[in-house]
Ligand binder design. Structure first.
Ligand SMILES: C[S@@+](CC[C@H](N)C(=O)[O-])C[C@H]1O[C@@H](n2cnc3c(N)ncnc32)[C@H](O)[C@@H]1O
Length: 208
């Protein structure tokens, strides 16, 4: 099945609060984003944001320029309906992160929770990293969360690649400085636990 069809089907058949990755309060993502000290006017992109509540919290704390990108239109519509009028202040992009193009040096902060780990082919990971290099401003912030090396081997019926902070940073390479990392034991809505890692990197200031 095509990747897009898979994800549209997931969001069509499951309640957004009944998927394993659901978080009412994305604590670590928010903590990392707020700790960067970026301005309220900074441009943030949540890659594979889906129906995540992160966008609601970003608006709550005052961020004014937020983009949510996801392969699933259905997921974006769930978030839009939940936000109501507030959805109008968000830029919504329906796109496959391994195939899309994004504006040059547009984003101050790139956030991805539980998308990069689905890229099990080296070519897809390379395209993703090339897009980060293209779209994030020099000196910009990158926060990526994946399943940890002792986390689940699959998610939503799809195989994943698992990482520790060093191996995740290695995927991005020398143009990115790893500044911090954290482990999270995510409690799913079904009462099980999933081990995640979060990496916080900065793109080199003088990189193209
Ligand atoms: C496990 S969910 C995580 C959602 C959200 N980041 C969160 O933490 O709640 C993975 C999300 O990535 C999206 N996705 C999967 N592959 C993608 C791709 N190649 N490009 C863009 N989005 C993708 C899915 O539609 C889904 O919303």
């Amino acid at each position: 099945m095509e990747n897009k069809t898979h994800w549209e089907q997931i969001y069509h058949t499951k309640e957004s609060a009944q998927v394993s990755w659901y978080q009412l309060h994305p604590r670590l993502s928010l903590q990392y984003i707020q700790n960067t000290g970026i301005a309220a006017s900074a441009h943030i992109i949540d890659v594979g944001g889906g129906a995540s509540t992160l966008v609601d919290h970003l608006l709550d704390v005052g961020f004014q320029q937020v983009t949510v990108l996801d392969i699933s239109q259905e997921a974006l519509e769930i978030a839009q309906q939940r936000l109501g009028e507030r959805a109008k202040s968000i830029a919504w992009l329906e796109a496959d992160i391994t195939k899309t193009i994004l504006p040059h040096h547009e984003y101050d902060l790139w956030h991805d929770r539980a998308v990069f780990h689905f890229l099990i082919n080296q070519e897809d990971r390379q395209r993703y990293v090339d897009l980060v290099k293209e779209a994030v401003k020099p000196g910009g912030h990158i926060i990526v969360a994946t399943f940890a090396s002792d986390g689940p081997e699959s998610c939503s019926g799809l195989e994943v690649a698992r990482y520790d902070p060093q191996s995740l940073h290695n995927e991005f390479g020398a143009g990115f400085e790893l500044l911090d990392s954290a482990h999270e034991e995510h409690q799913t809505p079904f009462g099980t636990e999933q081990k995640f890692i979060y990496c916080y990197c900065r793109k080199q200031a003088l990189q193209d």
